[in-house]
Design a protein around this ligand. Structure first.
Ligand code: SF4
Length: 297
């Protein structure tokens, strides 16, 4: 088998992996000869049409595919340098930071595909911050995080806390929409590299706003903030984590709630939001305490 064909196949697998695909279809012969992590002594086999793996268990060649080349962070791209020339009130600092992100092209592929950078929205003085993973198609179009269906549900959650969107701050770990292959709709999960690259901007937002509590929405946001976790979001929720000294409450992503209209699940998320309210010393009425509890017979 010619080396050029193997190279093409390796690039194809990498492209799939980058776009969040967990499965690849290759002829068995080619799959066996595909170089895995280019340095691996034992090439890992890809699934062939007769050995397709399940969604929860990605084929080993995908798991061991070489990491996506980092868009090399500029030497001066760290939290301190981002913050060094932003001054004034919190609003001034956020505006200065926004100017930087608006022209950011560190991830060349995302800078090319985005409609605009989705910086974040809300009160610069907010005590409560919500952090998601990345903008989707609608957010990319409107330039605001959480404006699609999941965003509407988030707004309802905020209203249930007797707050408004304008009183909190909402942002994503990744500021640009993860690119999709041409003529493809939908959204993909951001890669670790993409989130790691953009995280200093989110940390700069946190440093400026200095919220009392952050609510991290979904497992990808948690991974973006803290790196890969050894456990699931189901186990992480209900606990406290910490980012730069700020308590972080992980909970399920609103889109997960949209797909699982289970009362018990809503109650779990509401319990996390009540924990955040307690940290904020917000009053919680008896009515609020009873939200999403099973009606007693
Ligand atoms: S995702 Fe973040 S780091 Fe990458 S280009 Fe967009 S703003 Fe810059």
């Amino acid at each position: 088998m010619n080396a050029e064909l193997r190279q093409h196949a390796a690039r194809y697998v990498e492209l799939l992996r980058r776009h969040g695909k967990k499965e690849a279809w290759l002829p068995t012969g080619l799959a066996r000869r595909l170089p895995s992590a280019s340095t691996s002594a034992t090439p890992a086999p890809l699934s062939s049409p007769t050995t397709r793996t399940t969604k929860s268990e990605p084929p080993s060649a995908l798991r061991s595919a070489p990491p996506i080349p980092s868009p090399k962070p500029k030497n001066d791209f760290d939290l301190n340098s981002i913050l060094k020339d932003v001054s004034g009130s919190k609003a001034d600092k956020l505006a200065a930071l926004r100017k930087k992100t608006d022209v950011c092209k560190i991830c060349a592929h995302l800078a090319k595909s985005r409609t605009q950078v989705v910086f974040g929205v809300g009160d610069p003085e907010a005590k409560l911050m919500f952090v998601g993973e990345a903008p989707g198609a609608e957010e990319d179009k409107q330039g605001e995080p959480f404006v699609g269906l999941a965003g509407k549900l988030l707004t309802k959650m905020i209203t249930a806390m007797e707050l408004t969107r304008e009183q909190v701050y909402i942002a994503n770990v990744l500021k640009c929409r993860p690119d999709m292959p041409a003529n493809t709709s939908g959204n993909r999960k951001p890669t670790r590299t993409e989130m790691d690259t953009c995280l200093p901007y989110l940390r700069a937002q946190v440093a400026i706003i200095a919220p009392t509590v952050i609510v991290a929405l979904g497992s990808t946001a948690v991974e973006g903030l803290f790196g890969p976790q050894k456990t699931t979001i189901s186990r992480l929720r209900g606990t406290w984590m910490e980012l730069d000294g700020v308590p972080v409450r992980p909970t399920f992503h609103p889109s997960y709630l949209l797909h699982n209209q289970d009362l018990a699940l809503k109650r779990l998320v509401w319990t996390d939001l009540m924990a955040a309210m307690e940290k904020l010393s917000l009053p919680i009425s008896e009515k609020q305490r009873g939200y999403f509890l099973k009606p007693t017979a």
